[in-house]
Structure formats: C-alpha cells, structure tokens
Design a protein. Structure first.
Lengths: 345, 345
DNA sequence: CTGTTAGCGCATTCAA
DNA sequence: TTGAATGCGCTAACAG
C-alpha cells in the first residue's frame, strides 16, 4: 500500500506545460521564464514532489551511492573510521552502503559483486586478513569504478590508499621503551600477511637498531600462533624482558594478564605498549600506553580521495600515510624526554 | 570512463530475439523454450550480464534497500546491533543504507527525508535522545513505508518495536544487590525523556519495594545534571551507601573513580552494577557486574520484523522485549543465590 | 523560452 | 512460445 509519489508529469499536467519544462525549472536551468519557474517550484513544493533517484540514475548513470567494505563493526577502530567516512559522504549527498567481510575473503568478494551490480559510484574498503586472490579488486578497477583502500596495504592492487604510518608508530613506541630504560623488548606481532603487522615489526626492529640492541628472533611472537600465551610466558621468564610492544591493545591486555600470573608488576617490572588506542586502553589498570592512529581522519581522508576520483575522473591515484601519536599513560615507566621524535632516516 | 555494462537488449540482439524473451528467460518464466533459455543464460553468463537495479526499481517500485538510523557508530552496543541487522539483511539480498544522527534530531529528520527520497523499502531506527517532535516518523508511516524502532520506545509513534526488557534488567540487578547484602542503594539514572532511563529507574524502585526498603529521592542522581560527580560524592558520604546501580557501564566507571577518590574499595565497601555489558566492563579492575542486553539479537529481530512487513504488507505491528541477563563479575559481593529470578508480579 | 521526440534498462500486457 | 508495444520517471537533443 505504498502511497504513490507525485512525478514530474503530474505537476506538468496540472500546470499545462510539458515535463521537460518542469524538469528544467526544477534543475535550475536558465531557459525557463521566471514566472513559470516560480509556478512550478511552488506547486512542486505544495505537492511534496521529490525526484525519483532510480529514474535519474537510469539516465545519468550515477547512483550517488558509495560502497563500503570493512572487516567488522565491533572494533572501535572501524567504528571511528566509519564515522569519519560518513561525516564526509553524508555532507556531499552520497548514500553509504555497507557490507562486512568478517575477515572472510568469500564475503569480501560477494560484497564487491553486490556493489558492482548496484552500480555504486565508488568503493571504499579495508581488505580482510586472508587475502590471497585479488581478482575481485582488480575487477572493480577494470570496471572503472574508483576504489580507495584503507588501513591495510595491498601491493597487488593499484588503487589509492589511506593508511597509518605503522612503521613510525611502532618505531616511536619502541624507541620510547628503550629511552625509558628498557633494553630487552618483546614484540607480539599481528596476523601474517598484513601490511600493518609487517610495518610495525619493522618499526620495532629499526628502533632496536638505532640503539644498537642486538635483535633476537625469539623476541617476536606471532599472535596467530597456537600457543601464543605459553610462548610469551616462556619468553618473559627465559629472558629478563623489560618491555613489551604489542601489535594491538587487545594483545597488550593479554600481556597484562600474563604479567599478573607471573607476579610481574606493570610498569615497574614490565612496561607495556599497545597499538590503536581503543577505548579499553584508558579503562585498564594501569591505563595502557598506546599508539593512536586517527581512524576518524583515515575514514574522512579516504572518503575525500574517493569523491575526488568520482567527481574528477582521471585524478591520479593518491596515497596518504597518517601520522601516529604515542599516548603515554601508566603502563610504561616515565623517564623518556621526547615522546614523538621525528624519525631520523 | 565507466565501462558500459551489457544490457538485456545487447544479448537479445546477439541472439536474434527480443528483449522480452531475454527478460523472461532471465526471470525464470516458464513461457520460454528450454533451448532458448539455455542459450540466453549461457550468453548472459559469458557476457557477464548483471541486471541494472535502477531500471528494475523504476518498474517494480522496490529498491531492495533498507534505511538505518542510529545515534552513533562508536558505542559497542550499536555496533553489535548493526551486526545483527546486517546478518539478516545481507542474507536476504537487501542493501543497508546507514545514517547517524549523533543524537541530534535535526540529523534524524534529514535522514528520514533522505530515505524517503531514496524510496527505501523500509526503515530501521533508534530515535535520538532529544526527540520532541515526531512528524518525521509519522511521515514515514504515512508514506506507507514499514518502520521498526529499536531500543528506545516512543509512545507517540505507532510502529513495531524491539527493545530490551529494561525494567526486568534493572529489577534483577538491584534485587541482586539487595540479596547480596546491600540496603542503601544509589541509582545513577540516564538521560531524561528516554524510555530506557525511565524503565530502569522503575525497575530499581520496584526492587526496593519488594524488599520493603524505603525509597529516598536523593538516591537517584540524573546523569545529565551538571554536577553529577559532585552529587554522587556527597550522596556516598552523607548516606552509608552500599551499592550503586548505574544506567550504563560508562557511568559505572565514573563511580569506580569516585570510589577510588573516596578510598572506598569495590566491592568490599561498595558494590557497583552497570548496564549494557560493553567490552570495557570486563576490562575494568575489578571486572564490572552488569546487565547484558543482547544487542545483536535486537538488530536481528528488528530486521526480521521489517522484512516481514515488507514482504507481507498488512502484517500487524509487533513488539518484542528482549530478555536481559545479569552478568556477575567482580564489582559485587557474592552472596546472592539466584541471579536471574523471574519477576513476581 | 517551450514543446516534441527519444531513450536509459527492464517487465508486462496484449497479440500473434 | 514469441514478438510488439507500452510505460516506469526523468533528461537531453533538437526544433520551433
């Protein structure tokens, strides 16, 4: 029982003019007499006329919609990214269609198809962890649909990118640990094959290098190894580890628990730094020192990139690395002077 | 430079038939010879034919899209709700268009207009805190667009609802406090005019009543009063408050901090219960006892209601109250026997 | 300035 | 079973 909406022809009939004239008046074309324009606009308003986007899309070949793929909603990081995106797109009159991949490539591929079928004007995505094939992303590119990827790099795909400067963030974090007196530092690294994992690990290594601390492969424990917890425990006991730099705040929390078990006090016996500055970081006891990534800005910047590409076809691809910021709280000892030094490279 | 997509006529030409036939074949109509159907389907696949939704919408008057309005992305509660919604809608081939209100009625109104303009097939919404006018929601109803509201009730709007059983949740929480030995219990209540605030407060009162504890108006402090923190402090000091039931986990955390300041140990000196079971609840020290609301199920149920209304116009409105569950953690003393008793009414 | 004509891609009615 | 014709609501090219 949907109510019939008034169309351009309805108002044309009532005013004894042609639909064309009405269309022109409504679209602000100059080629309409002031008098008629006024009449038309008034009647349109009175009748509650609203253009039918499907009809428009059909002739204009644009849908004013943007497709967004994210791994999941429930990480605060993605929520903030989403907010950033929405703040830009809603402002520009674009609809946001959202699909989640749940880190499953199958769902990601399906989402891409859905978006292509829907003729979205552009696509924003954070690819999922286990991406081994990139045909679906290549298809987007081939179709001529603008694509901007966020957070995770993807060498194989020639798109625009907005990511965090993971290397810098990790470097500064580990550097801070060292300068505050830690020497032996454990790194809990992230999922394999993820650019973010790789770059944060590299930042860790580079910081060690800067301070001429010999790197020991045993000090890196992967989060997706089965017995991660056990390995961390062993490592903490075997070496006199003084600091831990974790890939995420959640992993940092695991270290909190291990420390508790081992009767290590944080930060006196063990300094811990996380990554992402999720809300939990400031609710933990002691509050977690972590690396802020500006997810809101990430989303906003990506949306801007995308809208540029949509509105000005041919705009060259862009890549943006967002600055990170070390947020010093209570899980680290406090004797480092400068917390966000530039990387000397 | 968008690549042209193949249309129904493209494949008609190539096969020397009319678009009608192709349309029929593609839509599984019986009135096509098996041979032609096979030919058509094969060529369609080969050419990568994908129907144009705008064209379909134009003739069918449905868009296969659902509009969703939520206050914000960044509360875990809404993220989970979103996941629940998405799990249902994506399964049924519906697109989800999302707008956030940021708790501003102005944005909510705009979102409704946007959705109506977009001819969405249905709308899901959690209304914002300060809703004084309901014309925009009434307009949705008047247009014949199915509407399901979530989490917050809205007497003025005659739609379907899926909400938590806030009363029951609050009642059980406070009842638990009492049965574990607390007698003087403070309630930090939520934003004015919100059904959830009202019902949780009523649950609080009812539990006191059940145990014949005299109710003192000073024991209810509103979260949107300016000097909330100060008032809580005064109250804790003036009376020998033994338990606090807070409208949300975040408010409960504020009480943690106040308790710390006042040198009150949780739960020995003061038991605290929150509401919502946000992730922070389990990361706090001590871990927070709280009321779980099943936001995922809330979203899923609302989506199901909506799809029912869309697919079977005339379906009567439904209202569902989701069970809550008291999650006992470390912020409450442990001597209550039955944590989720039925309300005796 | 305004009307006429045509077409976007598809589904559907009516004939054949 | 298939084709021809029509229209969904709108824009745009072309005449006048």
């Amino acid at each position: 029982m949907r109510k019939k909406r008034v169309s351009i022809t309805d108002i044309a009939k009532e005013l004894q003019v042609t639909p064309s004239t009405v269309s022109r008046a409504l679209n602000g074309s100059k080629k309409v007499s002031e008098k008629k324009r006024k009449e038309i606009l008034e009647l349109a308003k009175k009748l509650g006329y609203r253009p039918n986007p499907s009809a428009k899309n059909l002739v204009n070949r644009e849908t004013n919609t943007i497709g967004l793929i994210i791994p999941e909603f429930t990480h605060h990081f993605y929520s903030r990214m989403l907010s950033g995106i929405e703040s830009i797109t809603s402002n520009q009159g674009y609809q946001l269609i959202i699909c989640t991949s749940n880190e499953k490539q199958k769902k990601e591929i399906k989402a891409c198809e859905t978006f292509l079928d829907a003729r979205v004007d552009g696509i924003l995505a954070t690819v999922c962890k286990k991406n081994e094939k990139f045909g679906h992303l290549q298809e987007i590119l081939d179709s001529g649909t603008p694509l901007v990827l966020m957070d995770r790099l993807c060498e194989e795909v020639d798109a625009s990118y907005v990511v965090s400067n993971d290397f810098e963030g990790a470097f500064n974090a580990v550097n801070y640990l060292i300068e505050s007196g830690c020497e032996l530092i454990l790194h809990i690294s992230g999922p394999k094959n993820l650019s973010t994992s790789f770059n944060r690990m590299m930042g860790y290594k580079e910081a060690l290098k800067k301070h001429e601390i010999e790197f020991n492969p045993e000090w890196i424990i992967q989060n997706d190894e089965e017995d991660m917890t056990q390995r961390i425990k062993s490592c903490l006991q075997k070496y006199a580890i003084q600091g831990v730099f974790a890939y995420s705040d959640y992993l940092a929390y695991e270290v909190y628990q291990i420390a508790k078990e081992l009767n290590l006090s944080v930060p006196d016996d063990l300094s811990i730094i996380g990554f992402a500055d999720e809300p939990i970081a400031s609710y933990l006891s002691p509050q977690l020192t972590t690396v802020n990534q500006q997810p809101y800005e990430m989303g906003a910047a990506a949306a801007r990139f995308l809208l540029n590409q949509i509105n000005q076809p041919g705009t060259p691809l862009e890549t943006k690395g967002l600055k990170t910021k070390l947020i010093v709280r209570e899980s680290t000892k406090k004797n480092a002077p400068d917390i966000n030094p530039p990387i000397n490279s």
